[in-house]
Design a protein around this ligand. Structure first.
Ligand SMILES: Cc1cc2nc3c(=O)[nH]c(=O)nc-3n(C[C@H](O)[C@H](O)[C@H](O)COP(=O)(O)O)c2cc1C
Length: 197
């Protein structure tokens, strides 16, 4: 990796005018202010077929998403709350790319009427199973209450998003750098030697 990390935002609502994706864009703009390169991967625009382990993955859609995943050192995952869990599109994304997450840090945004705590816990569990690291808190948003004409109208939420942007850049960089250093130097019996590839 270069001296600065690169952050990919993954939006996973297929709904027109999604609030989770709108907040993800706001978060990415805040990350950019930290001097970091960001990209948005909106799964509504880049639809992946349902994951099938038998299928040949040569489609252009797959290759485009894969290029973004490999480019990233850290992620912000944004999802709507669907019955206390993440969207099918988000779970499908994690199923495809699990092997690219070791040594990368993840932050979470959930659009919910009920805080979405179980949603973010489930994303954290899936990411842990893929050897990714998670920011221990998440950001819960409610499009109706927190957004007006695409702008945040909740000051506390803006502060939390700024905190998330700063923390992801700082902790994401520390974790990624150590992982890459251990991999490069073939340091044995470490997280990187066990779970890197
Ligand atoms: C299939 C489905 C299941 C949902 N389940 C919940 C739920 O369990 N709890 C909740 O607070 N909202 C639930 N919602 C509402 C969405 O989480 C909410 O509208 C969210 O803001 C949508 O995010 P988006 O604007 O990014 O699409 C559900 C919506 C759908 C379509």
């Amino acid at each position: 990796m270069t001296s600065q990390i690169k952050i990919l935002g993954v939006g996973s609502s297929l709904r027109n005018g999604s609030s989770s994706t709108a907040f993800l864009q706001i978060a990415l703009d805040l990350v950019k202010k930290e001097g970091v390169e960001v990209r948005m991967l909106d799964l509504r625009q880049n639809k992946l077929p349902l994951y099938d382990p038998n299928e040949n993955r040569s489609s252009l859609e797959f290759q485009k998403v894969e290029e973004n995943v490999k480019w990233a050192d850290a992620f912000i995952l944004a999802t709507p709350d669907y019955h206390g869990s993440m969207s099918g599109a988000m779970k499908n994304f994690l199923d495809y790319f699990w092997s690219d997450f070791a040594g990368k840090t993840f932050a979470y945004i959930c659009a919910s009427h009920e805080k979405g705590l179980t949603v973010m816990d489930q994303m954290r569990t899936a990411v842990r199973q893929c050897y990714g690291w998670s920011i221990p808190y998440g950001i819960s948003v409610n499009g109706q209450n927190d957004l007006e004409n695409g702008k945040i109208k909740n000051h506390e939420l803006k502060l939390r998003l700024e905190m998330l942007a700063r923390d992801l850049v700082v902790y994401g960089k520390l974790i990624r750098q150590q992982f890459v250093t251990d991999m490069t130097n073939n340091v044995t019996n470490t997280f990187a030697s066990h779970y890197g590839k």
